[in-house]
Design a protein around this ligand. Structure first.
Ligand code: KG4
Ligand code: ZN
Length: 354
């Protein structure tokens, strides 16, 4: 029998619900963003996020079921993000999922949000274990070796900002619109990446850890130097800074990916997260994979960014391994996927990193 699960996601600033079948068919996937609610504050405000989730989650679930043409009685289980993330939002999702499970008698599975991202290439491309996953977004940046639905090894990650966060900050300091990634990428097309000498933090160090905060500061300094000497930035200056910054991020991600693949020669490299939409970065990662003899895959963007289909899928995989949660399922602000390494400290503007 092919399992059908409802997935619920509310760990950051997207309220999402989805219905997914075990053969990889997404019957519905709804995502309601909250960008407008947080716009005036320059980042996600946890309390506002939690209230908005509490208001919208049940409607989102109803719509996901309606779009799938199913009622709860036709499902086999409920999967919900139980962390890591902003705890108010996580709690809103977990409470709703518990209520639905108690009322319907369906099994409940608490899912790690990062496992949702990391298992997505299995939902979209049916790839087999093991594979290497590079998660790069506004809130996440890590290399994971994935050996099973509950078997993740963290090979490294950012020690400060996530790359998407750095793109957003660079856009802000150059007066470009948010989200910064697409704005910087567009400017970079007409820029000279070699004009400014920007750092490649940690690239020469062993291991797969990365750092992006110093790079952003270097862009800030270059901007201030130009302002001092010429009274402002020309259109070309801005494009050159964007091109230089993007090339530095691409160099770091490509260099560290090559290192991760050399240490773990698995058949597939998968990338996910908003930054994977960047064409220059994607091309570099594709060529790193090709050189290492690995296949490259990137789920479609709507499944790379936060969504509930990935949570339903991760729930189906965990359920298949015998995982069940009870009414004592707790939301967790931090929940490292790889329990054998210390969790990363620090919280980006888009929530807790794990
Ligand atoms: O995965 P995502 O939608 O949300 C979370 O962070 O959870 O990623 C959003 C991030 C933003 O920081 C955005 O600037 C970045 O991904 N991004 C990009 C591009 N498109 C989105 N960064 C670089 N180049 C892009 N084309
Ligand atoms: Zn995420």
């Amino acid at each position: 029998m092919t399992l059908i699960f409802l997935g619920i996601e509310s760990s950051c600033d997207d309220t999402a619900a989805a219905v997914v079948r075990g053969d990889g068919e997404i019957l519905s996937s709804l995502v309601a963003g909250q960008t407008d609610l947080h716009a005036a504050f320059g980042g996600v405000v946890p309390e506002i996020a939690a209230r908005a989730h509490a208001e919208k989650l049940d409607i989102c679930v109803e719509e996901a079921l309606a779009e799938a043409g199913l009622t709860l009685a036709k499902l086999d289980g409920i999967a919900v993000t139980a962390g890591p993330g902003l705890i108010g939002g996580v709690m809103a999702g977990v409470m709703l999922a518990k209520g639905l499970a108690a009322g319907s008698g369906l099994p409940l599975v608490g899912v790690n949000h990062l496992a949702g991202h990391a298992l997505t290439p299995r939902l979209t491309d049916g790839i087999a274990y093991p594979y290497l996953m590079l998660l790069v977004s506004g809130g996440h940046c890590q290399f994971l070796r994935v050996d099973g639905p509950d078997a993740f090894s963290r090979l490294g990650g950012t020690i400060d900002d996530a790359p998407g966060e750095a793109f957003d900050k660079v856009a802000k300091l150059l007066g470009l619109p948010q989200p910064g990634g697409p704005s910087v990428e567009e400017q970079a097309l007409s820029g000279d990446a070699g004009r400014f000498s920007l750092p490649r933090p940690l690239l020469d160090r062993p291991g797969c850890d990365m750092s992006f905060s110093g790079l952003k500061t270097a862009v800030l300094r270059a901007r201030d130097d130009l302002s001092k000497t010429q009274g402002g930035l020309t259109v070309q200056d801005r494009a050159d800074l964007c091109a230089g910054f993007q090339a530095a991020v691409a160099d770091v991600l490509a260099g560290k990916t090559a290192r991760a693949l050399a240490a773990h020669p698995v058949p597939v490299l998968a990338v996910a997260g908003g930054v994977a939409a960047n064409r220059a970065i994607r091309l570099r990662l594709e060529s790193v994979a090709a050189k290492a003899g690995a296949r490259f895959t990137a789920p479609p963007l709507r499944l790379c960014t936060d969504n509930a289909a990935m949570i339903a899928w991760a729930g189906i995989e965990a359920f298949g391994q015998g995982r069940r949660d009870g009414m004592d399922l707790a939301g967790r602000p931090r929940w490292p996927l790889d329990q054998s390494v210390a969790p990363m400290l620090g919280a980006g503007k888009r929530g807790a990193k794990a």
